[in-house]
Design a protein around this ligand. Structure first.
Ligand code: AP5
Length: 228
């Protein structure tokens, strides 16, 4: 199973990625999370990415591409992967396509998560995330059972620095200018499928897993149990 998740900030990619990755037992490769981990560890990559991320700009392609192809070459990604947040530009998409073609393991499907723009800011400013396992919460729509702590591992939740109204509006603009054109790129290749990402999280998960079950050759080993 080789899947790309596409959609604007706040569309629910990260939220659903956690469920899909568990249900299909494939690693979730989230470029935003990889950058944030590097920022926390103050690596050279983190220092370079931080300035872009804080402003809501995309990190330059040459920095992102090598990082992702390295990750895709690791053992656990050989049986499949879920790309969350990559590709974000046409050069990233072309490089990914060439890289996967050279290894005879092309993408199976690209899921586009749709959400009304009016909902995006409301979702983002009240988001809290687990820096350890990537679980995503919302203070109103999906609060953790114990205030401030991840349900899965008990790690204190964090508020992302780029989750302010001002930065989110800029991230949306970046999406429209640079990432939206990938919708056509993948539609042209017959890979694009739509997921309506509105309604309760569990309902969106069910919709997503059903759609993936319909993609030829996929079968959720847990029979959709993760959505319950
Ligand atoms: P990244 O971390 O990838 O952020 P993003 O794409 O902007 O996406 P988000 O994480 O904001 O949204 P999401 O769709 O995952 O929503 P979520 O599930 O969390 O990138 C951050 C930065 O890193 C970029 O700006 C850039 O600088 C850099 N970067 C990363 N990749 C790059 C690349 N390839 N190239 C260049 N630069 C790159 O949900 C949001 C909220 O909504 C949560 O609170 C959640 O609980 C809630 N929610 C989810 N579903 C529902 C629902 N159905 N109903 C109600 N609430 C819901």
């Amino acid at each position: 199973m080789r899947v790309v998740l596409l959609g604007p900030p706040g569309a629910g990619k990260g939220t659903q990625a956690v469920h899909i990755s568990r249900a299909f037992e494939v690693p979730r490769i989230a470029t935003g999370d990889i950058f944030r981990e590097n920022v926390r560890n103050e690596t050279a990559l983190g220092k370079e990415a931080k300035a872009y991320m804080d402003l809501g700009d995309l990190v330059p392609d040459d920095v992102v591409i090598g990082m992702v192809t390295d990750r895709l070459s690791q053992d656990d990604a050989q049986k499949g992967f879920l790309l969350d947040g990559f590709p974000r530009t046409v050069p990233q998409a072309v490089t990914l396509e060439d890289f996967l073609a050279s290894e005879s393991r092309p993408l199976d499907v690209v899921l586009r998560f749709n959400v009304p723009e009016s909902e995006v800011v409301r979702r983002i400013v009240n988001r809290r995330v687990c820096p350890k396992d990537g679980s995503v919460y919302h203070l109103e729509f999906a609060p953790p059972r114990k205030e401030g702590l991840c349900d899965e591992c008990g790690t204190p939740l964090v508020h992302r620095k780029d989750d302010t109204q001002e930065v989110v509006l800029h991230r949306l603009q970046e999406y429209h200018e640079k990432t939206e054109r990938l919708e056509y790129f993948y539609w042209e290749r017959g890979l694009l499928r739509d997921v309506e990402s509105i309604g309760p999280v569990e309902e969106v998960t069910r919709r997503t897993l059903t759609l993936l079950d319909d993609v030829e050759g996929f079968s959720d080993p847990n029979g959709g149990e993760d959505a319950a």
